[in-house]
Design a protein around this ligand. Structure first.
Ligand SMILES: Cc1cc2nc3c(=O)[nH]c(=O)nc-3n(C[C@H](O)[C@H](O)[C@H](O)COP(=O)(O)O)c2cc1C
Length: 390
């Protein structure tokens, strides 16, 4: 079959063939998947939220061994003020190595710690506690903050990555540096207010992520959010995210005024995704009603495949702690669950689109199906779709 043609303004902006972007999913969108999507004509984005500079540099270099096509890196920006370029130590509210007391675990509030301990017994889990050096569990002795983001951004700039994406926060303070380096900037938002904010900050492409999405998510559905963001930031290009799993989703997004799609869960079950097979299978087995938004894993609302641990915490009446401390508390349960082989109790972010996914496939097949189906639908529309340029 001949290759379909489906070009929008996004393809020219990013130098790609098809208007489909792999969402930067932490722990999932790593070099193999990123390179596979870019090679197939979309844009692969590394989910680098928790990657320190060394790991990130390594990922970027591995991608370049697999493809010479454009790709991007996604990180989570803190709400605090950024440090100036070249500053590697944290400041402006960020925290570095020396700021975290070694007994930080003992300082977590008793109600949540005790509840976590009671859940370990409820699920017959071993009495083991992870010895992570920081509340966020990362190897680097630093927690999310401007110093950490700065070190990630320096790496992205040094490695001349063509696309920078921020999954959280406003990239405005960094836009000039990225543009000077010839890179494009993408920002994810979940409401119109933040869309305006990132657009005013000079972001090249705004991703309107609806509540159907897997992972950290907002409250407004994709169908309602996309056209409102399109209108609010016009003529700046907008991508639709959340609940897009096939060509019908891409065609619908273009009809809503978007110039492309940012796809997470549909690629999460690809063969190249760096995700545990048992967890992928739980997504493939799930129906559209089997996800639940919970703060128990990170302290922020995150859509996951529902499981007995989420149910027990949510029904237990003990509130969650703010990010990243809730993660530190729940690790006491999830680490023990991992030791006991109870993978189903762990974090498994996935969107409502899970219900229409039923097999693991190569990423290039997923992308080809999205594009072919969308191109066919659009061809059948009497007047075409304005966003499609050829
Ligand atoms: C497993 C998983 C991990 C994610 N991690 C991140 C992340 O680290 N950074 C980010 O910006 N978005 C992250 N997201 C959200 C995606 O970028 C994207 O917005 C979402 O998956 C789109 O909705 P969909 O899952 O319905 O396609 C994650 C989503 C999933 C499913």
């Amino acid at each position: 079959m001949a290759k379909p043609t489906l070009r929008t303004k996004l393809c020219d902006i990013l130098g790609i063939e098809y208007p489909v972007i792999l969402a930067g999913m932490g722990g999932v969108s790593r070099h193999k998947l990123v390179a596979a999507v870019s090679e197939a004509g979309g844009l692969g984005i590394v989910g680098a939220a928790t990657m320190g500079p060394d790991e990130l540099r390594d990922e970027i270099r591995k991608i370049r061994e697999l493809t010479d096509k454009p790709f991007g890196v996604d990180i989570l920006l803190p709400a605090m003020a950024p440090t100036p370029q070249g500053t590697s130590t944290a400041s402006g509210g960020g925290r570095g190595e020396g700021d975290i007391p070694s007994n930080w675990r003992d300082m977590l509030p008793a109600p949540q710690r005790e509840f976590a301990a009671s859940l370990r017994s409820k699920f017959d889990l071993p009495d083991v506690v992870p010895e992570f050096p920081t509340p966020s569990g990362r190897r680097e002795r630093t927690i999310f903050g401007p110093g950490f983001s700065r070190s990630q951004i320096d790496t992205i700039l040094e490695e001349k990555v063509p696309v920078f994406a921020s999954g959280l926060g406003n990239p405005a303070p960094y836009v000039e540096e990225f543009h000077a380096a010839g890179a494009k900037v993408i920002a994810l938002v979940g409401n119109v207010k933040n869309a305006r904010r990132v657009a005013e900050g000079g972001t090249d492409v705004v991703v309107a992520q609806g509540a159907e999405a897997g992972g950290h998510t907002g409250r407004v559905g994709t169908m309602a959010l996309v056209p409102q963001v399109v209108d609010a930031v016009a003529p700046r290009p907008v991508l639709a995210a959340g609940g897009i799993g096939d060509g019908r989703g891409l065609a619908a997004a273009l009809c809503l005024g978007a110039v492309g799609v940012w796809v997470g869960t549909a690629f999460l079950v690809s063969l190249e995704a760096a995700w545990d097979d048992t967890l992928k299978q739980r997504i493939l087995d799930a129906s559209e009603e089997d996800t639940r938004v919970t703060r128990i894993y990170s302290g922020k609302p995150m859509r996951n495949i529902n499981n007995p641990l989420i149910e027990a915490w949510e029904e237990g009446g003990v509130g969650t702690l703010p990010f990243p401390f809730q993660g530190a508390v729940i690790q006491e349960v999830t680490f023990a669950a991992q030791q006991a082989g109870r993978k189903e109790l762990g974090m498994n972010p996935a969107g409502q689109i899970s219900g229409m996914l039923d097999e693991q496939r190569p990423a290039k097949d997923i992308l080809a199906e999205i594009v072919e189906q969308a191109a066919e639908i659009i061809q059948r529309l009497p007047a075409g779709v304005p966003a499609v340029t050829s």
